[in-house]
Design a protein around this ligand. Structure first.
Ligand SMILES: [Zn+2]
Length: 442
């Protein structure tokens, strides 16, 4: 069982109990990790006991020698532990224990406060117990379960691997451009986009750190993901993109991702796989990532004599987005492009009454200021506004107004319009109406 699988197995019961009783799910999961060694302890495997709770359980007793702290000194002691039929029973029993009055401060608390409270209440004798829990909650981002309304994170479908990093810059361009930075930039963008689209996704690195091939591929293998996109920038003087798949793969995903780049303006050199010794892949990302479908994407050449360098810097986001789109299509997840237009602010309409008569047209509130269509208001009192196309100025009664033009209509503030026409002005808040009164003497 991988760490993610362990978390996925314990989290639903933990979240459930949090919602029923207020025990933070992060605390429950962290304790399960710490106490059971990710479900590998003797108690977890032989007695389904994830939390090391002592006594008699629904399935009886399990006897075991365990360390105890007496006056901050570690000693070994034979004890009775509760035996359960399954892990769910163990999680529920853990919750029941935390409902004892001495753990009152744990309920509904933030994870830091909960960890301290559980130590203060004497749950464990280890003086570093709270810190050990907090460390795990932060390392594995378990607090995400505290804010989830009953939903637990599914296993990731995709792991994105920003190639190189830290002391390994990857390919380096003439202008100081480093592959590792471009890889990370592209990967973080895609990560955010996949999250926004609801595609469960993780990364091998989120910052400028070095990973050995073993560390990198271990992260991929243990992620629980089905697919891996390993982002790279090429070097060697060519021009264009390449995608590379395992010799054991059908290459369909690699082809789909290459299409993404060609449809978004990059020339694709080739889609290929490369065999190394015997029946093994040449590239370690394929050789060491097991059953996971790994595609290496080379977006372009950092030392291209043609247009790649300029293209990468200008178009990387378009290419990265196109990869997101085609991956979604490949796995059958609905894709939505990022809102290209800024969202329009909802418009607050304002009614206009001139000498007791409601106008058919409306004005609007602009940052709390009533703004009225100049022509409609002027004509309602028998005045024709003038329009100077050169200066784009609107005049009323020989007075120039400051206008904004929306859909061919000139608007000015109610105050300015009223002043130019010599009208009295009144604002009725309840009905959002501007009342104008008076007659115009021309
Ligand atoms: Zn590379």
């Amino acid at each position: 069982m991988t760490q993610l699988e362990f978390i996925s197995k314990v989290a639903p019961a933990a979240v459930d109990d949090m919602q029923k009783h207020g025990v933070p799910a992060s605390l429950t999961i962290a304790q399960a990790i710490l106490e059971s060694g990710w479900g590998t302890s003797e108690l977890a495997t032989k007695a389904n006991n994830l939390f090391g709770i002592k006594g008699t359980g629904p399935a009886g007793i399990y006897q075991k020698v365990s360390p105890e702290y007496v006056d901050n000194k570690k000693i070994e002691k034979l004890s009775d532990f509760r035996k359960y039929n399954n892990w769910l029973e163990s999680v529920q029993d853990h919750t029941a224990k935390l409902l004892e009055p001495r753990y009152a401060k744990v309920l509904g608390a933030s994870y830091r406060a909960a960890c301290q409270a559980i130590q203060d209440a004497g749950y464990a004798t280890d003086p570093n117990y709270a810190q050990e829990l907090i460390k795990r909650i932060e390392k594995y981002k378990l607090d995400q379960y505290d804010s989830q309304g009953g939903q637990t994170m599914p296993l990731p479908i995709l792991i994105i691997d920003p190639g190189h990093g830290g002391s390994d810059p990857g390919a380096v361009g003439a202008n100081g451009l480093k592959e590792k930075d471009l890889n990370l930039q592209i990967s973080l963008y895609q990560y955010a986009r996949f999250q926004a689209l609801g595609v469960p996704v993780v990364l091998t690195r989120t910052s400028d750190i070095a990973l050995t091939p073993d560390q990198r591929t271990k992260l991929v293998r243990e992620s629980g993901a089905k697919y891996c996109i390993s982002n790279h920038i090429n070097a060697g003087g060519g021009d264009g993109a390449e995608t590379i798949y395992s010799i054991h793969s059908d290459g369909k995903l690699a082809k789909k991702l290459a299409e993404a780049l060609s449809t978004s303006g990059q020339n694709v050199r080739r889609v290929f796989s490369r065999q190394g010794k015997q029946n093994y892949d040449y590239y370690f990302m394929h050789r060491q990532t097991g059953k996971i479908e790994t595609v290496i994407v080379e977006y372009g050449f950092i030392d291209s004599k043609q247009d790649d360098v300029a293209q990468i810097q200008r178009d990387w986001k378009i290419w990265a987005e196109s990869i997101v789109k085609n991956f979604c299509e490949f796995i059958g997840v609905p894709y939505k492009s990022q809102n290209p237009q800024p969202e329009k602010k909802p418009v607050d309409k304002v009614s206009i009454e001139v000498n007791g008569k409601m106008l058919r047209v409306q004005g609007y509130l602009n940052n709390g200021v009533s703004t009225l269509p100049v022509r409609a208001v002027a004509e309602a009192v028998g005045v024709s506004p003038g329009w100077c196309p050169d200066s784009k100025a609107v005049t009323v009664n020989g007075k120039q107004l400051t206008v904004t033009i929306e859909a061919g209509t000139s608007y000015a503030t109610a105050r300015e319009v009223a002043l130019a026409l010599g009208l009295q002005i009144e604002w009725v808040q309840e009905t959002k109406t501007v009342k104008l009164k008076g007659c115009v003497t021309v």
